[in-house]
Write a protein that binds this ligand. Structure first.
Ligand SMILES: Nc1ncnc2c1ncn2[C@@H]1O[C@H](COP(=O)(O)OP(=O)(O)O)[C@@H](O)[C@H]1O
Ligand SMILES: [Mg+2]
Length: 238
């Protein structure tokens, strides 16, 4: 048996009196693609923040590749794509990527930068200041930045929000390529069809807890919606 890429062991998180997560446990094997589903406020972002080491659990533990998320070596293995852009508006796309190449010691950086810019279709805007980008372009550059150092674990928090149909299709293709390269991927999304198209497994969070951990091959997006996201379903917020 290989070591799980990610183990979440009895994780709870409170913000003062607000409960965000209660005793959440699951593991993700290397190369697995898992979608985290759940209504607004279910605790998805909190969970990803704990996995990336941004936030500490109130109780429980997370292992990334068998070690603590805060460990230095994990930084190089991890990419986070969320609503935080981590880009400098007063630099061009190229300058941003050059900066991150140095931070992550990316080998053959020039070539790698060309590749990721082309992957997100921003080659023609590479010399423009990021401050002049539209929201969708900024988000595409965020994706390029995240993939620059070829991370083995990708955490994506609603990455399709704010992208147009063309960019959504582009990101889906990029994620399929990442999956073919055996990257481990954890995604939160509202889009059950996209989750089903991309994932091997899905985890449903409701009211801070896991109410389902199953394989996509055993279900359909409509069945998931009916069971966990319809007005009558047990996943419904009180
Ligand atoms: N920094 C914070 N301070 C206080 N409450 C928070 C904070 N972050 C999240 N929460 C609360 O934790 C719960 C889960 O939030 P979140 O993880 O953002 O849910 P989701 O991403 O599934 O919409 C919500 O009730 C939210 O208000
Ligand atoms: Mg969220």
């Amino acid at each position: 048996m290989s070591v799980p890429a990610l183990e979440i062991l009895g994780v709870s998180k409170d913000f003062g009196r607000i409960i965000a997560l209660r005793d959440v446990s699951f593991s993700v094997m290397p190369g697995e693609f898992v979608s985290i589903l759940g209504r607004n406020g279910a605790g998805k972002t909190t969970l990803l923040n704990i996995v990336s080491g941004v936030s500490r659990p109130s109780e429980g533990k997370v292992n990334l590749f068998g070690t603590d998320p805060g460990d230095r070596e994990n930084k190089a293995k991890l990419a986070v794509i969320s609503h935080e852009m981590f880009l400098y508006g007063n630099l061009t796309a190229i300058e941003n990527l050059e900066y991150y190449s140095r931070v992550y010691n990316v080998p053959d950086a020039k070539k790698r930068i060309d590749t990721v810019l082309s992957d997100v279709e921003l080659t023609h805007r590479r010399f423009d200041l990021v401050a002049t980008y539209s929201r969708g372009m900024t988000q595409r550059l965020t994706i390029a930045r995240a993939l620059l150092h070829e991370p083995s674990l990708l955490l994506l928090d609603e990455p399709f929000t704010g992208l147009d149909q063309h960019a959504i299709g582009m990101l889906i293709e990029l994620l399929k390529k990442q999956k073919d390269m055996d990257r481990t991927i954890l995604l939160t999304t509202h889009d059950l069809h996209t989750a089903a198209e991309l994932s091997d497994r899905y985890v449903v969070l409701s009211k801070h807890k896991i109410i389902k951990d199953g394989y996509i091959a055993d279900t359909t997006p409509d069945a998931i919606r009916e069971k966990y996201f319809s007005a009558e379903s047990q996943g419904a917020e009180a």
